[in-house]
Ligand binder design. Structure first.
Ligand code: ADP
Ligand code: NI
Length: 212
């Protein structure tokens, strides 16, 4: 694929996320793209598919567009005359990538595994902490409510409808991601980010109780 396809995909994704403040801004997409490139260099796979799937992975997000049959991604790829086989593969990847609680799937293709790892990597570490509170704030949720326990083992429907606190989101999703990575490269990268979140939660709880 021509480099200009990726430049236009970035501009297209930027236009889709223009008004979003829930953690789905264009910079999330650009970080996922760059992480996916890094992982693909080490793990192999078709770099063009990885790059385009990463750039389009959230343009049909269910929270923003409902179940729309990947209309936005398809329209963009049609306008770029992307091969039909590649379009179908990329739509498969987009449908597999997102976190769905215990209904999460392991993508069938190596390219899908890489994009899923990159998307999950951007949900953990310092960036992940910031995104969780930005998302919670955008939905008017509390940071932390001490007598509200995290919900374990949520289904896709429960996860989607969950309105829990941002701190509980760590126990419901973010701390689980390290062990859900598909590739060795991502598993290794996730270690430091995971530890950083654990340190943050320790500090948060100590300060909450007035211990520090
Ligand atoms: P993506 O589509 O990028 O996988 P999501 O759409 O599930 O991610 O969520 C966007 C961001 O908001 C992620 O960083 C995610 O961890 C965070 N987030 C999702 N649900 C919650 C929640 N209930 N509380 C706090 N943060 C959340
Ligand atoms: Ni994403």
């Amino acid at each position: 694929m021509d480099e200009e396809v990726f430049e236009r995909a970035k501009a297209y994704a930027a236009s889709v996320f223009e008004k979003d403040s829930s953690g789905h801004d264009i910079y999330h997409t650009l970080r996922v793209h760059d992480l996916a490139v890094t992982i693909c260099r080490k793990e192999g796979g078709d770099m063009d598919i990885v790059r385009l799937a990463a750039l389009l992975h959230d343009v049909d997000d269910r929270k923003l567009f409902g179940d729309n049959g990947f209309q936005n991604a398809r329209a963009f790829m049609d306008s770029e005359h992307i091969d039909l086989d590649d379009q179908l593969l990329i739509c498969d990847i987009i449908s597999e990538v997102s976190f769905k609680g215990k209904d999460s799937v392991v993508p069938a293709s190596l390219e899908g595994k890489i994009v899923q790892d990159a998307d999950r990597m951007d949900a953990i570490g310092a960036i992940g902490i910031a995104r969780a509170f930005a998302y919670g704030g955008s939905k008017g949720r509390a940071m932390h409510v001490p007598d509200e326990a995290p919900k374990e083992g949520m289904s896709e429907k429960e996860y989607f409808e969950n309105k829990g606190t941002s701190i509980n989101h760590f126990y419901e999703k973010l701390l689980l991601l390290k062990d859900m990575m598909n590739t060795d490269t991502a598993r290794e990268m996730a270690e430091a980010r995971h530890e950083y979140m654990e340190g943050f939660l320790d500090e948060f709880m100590s300060e909450w109780k007035g211990e520090r």
